[in-house]
Design a protein around this ligand. Structure first.
Ligand SMILES: [Cu+2]
Length: 116
């Protein structure tokens, strides 16, 4: 790779902003929680929101609510389908960009993934 990458993974402490720029770094992935009562939580229905991650990172949404939800891209980039209570859905983001998404069952539930 000719251009340095900045690791934005929140599990890694950067020193001087250039750690990992010399090597491929395995990103452990990001986790988004759907909390109890999410259907009335609006932009807090997905936590954290937004979540910011490096290109190539897998994001896992975990539904800790007692109601089924989805994580559905507003632009069709990904769609979890139904995430039953206690279940999860993962998607790996290979292209930089901002990915707004929502719940298909509760239109007030909105979130965003920022891939850099
Ligand atoms: Cu929902």
């Amino acid at each position: 790779m000719s251009s340095p990458r900045t690791c934005l993974c929140d599990r890694v402490t950067l020193v001087g902003g250039h750690a990992h720029s010399h090597e491929h770094h395995e990103h452990g992935g990001g986790n988004v929680t759907i909390p109890q009562g999410a259907q009335v939580l609006g932009s807090s229905a997905y936590a954290p929101n937004p979540i910011t991650l490096p290109v190539g990172t897998m994001v896992t949404w975990t539904n800790t609510d007692s109601t089924a939800h989805t994580a559905t891209s507003n632009t069709g980039a990904f769609n979890s389908g139904t995430i039953a209570p206690g279940r999860s859905f993962s998607f790996t983001f290979q292209t930089a960009g901002t990915y707004p998404y929502h719940c298909n069952f509760h239109s007030g539930m909105v979130g965003s993934v920022v891939v850099q």
